[in-house]
Design a protein around this ligand. Sequence first.
Ligand SMILES: Nc1ncnc2c1ncn2[C@@H]1O[C@H](COP(=O)(O)OP(=O)(O)OP(=O)(O)O)[C@@H](O)[C@H]1O
Length: 577
Amino acid sequence: MINKKLLSFDRKALHYVGLNVLFQWLGMLCNVVLVMTVSRLIGGVFAGSLTGNALWQGMLLCLLTVPVRYGLTLCASDMSDRASKDVKRTLRSSIYAKLTRLGAGYSETVATSEAVMLASEGVEQIDTYFAKYLPQLFYSLLAPVTLFVLLVGVHARSAILLLCCVPLIPLSIVAVQKFAKKLLANYWGEYTTLGDSFLENIQGLTTLKIYQADGWKHEEMNAQAERFRKITMKVLTMQLNSVTLMDLMAYGGAGLGIISAASAFAKGQLSLTSALTILLLAADFFLPLRLLGSYFHIAMNGAASAEKIFRLLSAQEPEDGEKTADPADSTLALEHVTFGYEKERTILHDVTLTIPQGSFVSLVGESGCGKSTIAAILSGARTATEGEVTLGGIPVSEWKQADRLRLLTLVPHNAAIFKGTVEANLRMARPDAAEAELWAALEQVNLADFCRSQSGLATALHEGGSNLSGGQRQRLAMARALLHDSPIYVFDEATSNVDAESENDIMKAIHSLAGKKTVILISHRLANVVDSDCIYVLEAGRIAEQGTHNDLLAAQGVYSRLYNAQKQLEDLGEVSA
Ligand SMILES: Nc1ncnc2c1ncn2[C@@H]1O[C@H](COP(=O)(O)OP(=O)(O)OP(=O)(O)O)[C@@H](O)[C@H]1O
């Protein structure tokens, strides 16, 4: 079983595979020399024809072949290691590069947990394919033919018998392959499902604990683990049965060759030296294929994961455009955009909106109406099913991805904060920023005092910024966004889940951009959007209304209803406080 895609994927690893086969083959020749010499010595002793000279020569040859063979085995294993390292490095960097090329919208192609599993366990499985299976496959084709050529002169009948029995092993492998392929596909399915649930449950463990739902999640995972255990046992049983079958073929075939040589010896048709040579080398006809059989199942696993990896690697990438220069006018527009996460459910229906350069535009609407979906489409994380998104009058597909990302900064409500320092998190927005600029950004979001009270810019941050409060995390994300200094900003509920003080600081920073940058603000709090140049009101994925705050209040439509309801609630809150 040769996977052509895998073979053509890493030519350098193939080179190591070739050298591995060569070293194994030379090692086998050493073994043949050793066996033939020992047989000749024993034959000579029994025939009483062994001279002192021949004894010394024979012993010297034996002493020489042993270290040479050992050295060749080491070389073969070194080649195996090199192929393994090369394949792992090439595959992992290809997966990483692919995910980078897929860009902000990578999750449209592959779930994060699946990408992690493919790059870790999936690559390990393919490693065995290159490091063990492939060299063994070529070596097992070469070894029996070489032995036949060497032994046919010793005893033709035994050599022919041995060679004829060799194909029984690949035949038994092929027989189990059909069954194994389906089984392994199911195995991988169960494996990734279990991995997905595990990751999700670990990430959500605190929530599960709060609601005391960890018990039933535990049960659910137990059921998944049980299904995985069952399919693993099926795979192991299949492997064990096929190994038994292969053993039967290997040792049965060697036994037939030995019986043939022994009977010829008994009849006096074969010398003791020749009979011993056949006897000692008979198993070597089969052992390479027998070993291939045991690698075969790992290789099948590798092939199954390779299919998934190649599906990811060949997934369609968003076409990277040519346009790089900053547009003279960075007006952003959605023209008749329709979008759905799933084919059967449309989320956005024929949405058309224009965000002129330097304007302050807000998107509002009830929860689930599609505001974040519009933000995702604007930032390139999602692609419109129909219609077009244009930047400076040019379809975004014509922009070079890197430039499009440089021109637009998305600040979501849960912006990622990375383990490291405050400085490292800020510098990813502008690597060459002067320290004063970093501090200015922190000042703008009212985080500078806190940083000074810690270790300044060197303040250490834990994974996800978990040693900061929610408000501090969001203010840091805001400071980073300000440093990015892009002409367009999209704030998607950037102040949700934060305290009133942080909300104030963040909103102040957002409003400070008005007039200088294009700002698209998505906010559940309508008091924040009152000063917008234009407010788009979404209802069930459609633009229901648009206009300034006063226009929309006067229209007494959806916005006015939402605004008044919210104001009443806030007034009530103030009175009771
Ligand atoms: N990744 C996803 N896969 C499938 N459906 C999704 C996904 N994300 C959002 N949706 C669906 O799309 C619809 C719009 O979601 P979206 O997040 O855009 O709403 P929203 O207006 O931003 O809501 P909110 O104000 O609550 O954040 C929702 O009905 C939601 O169920």
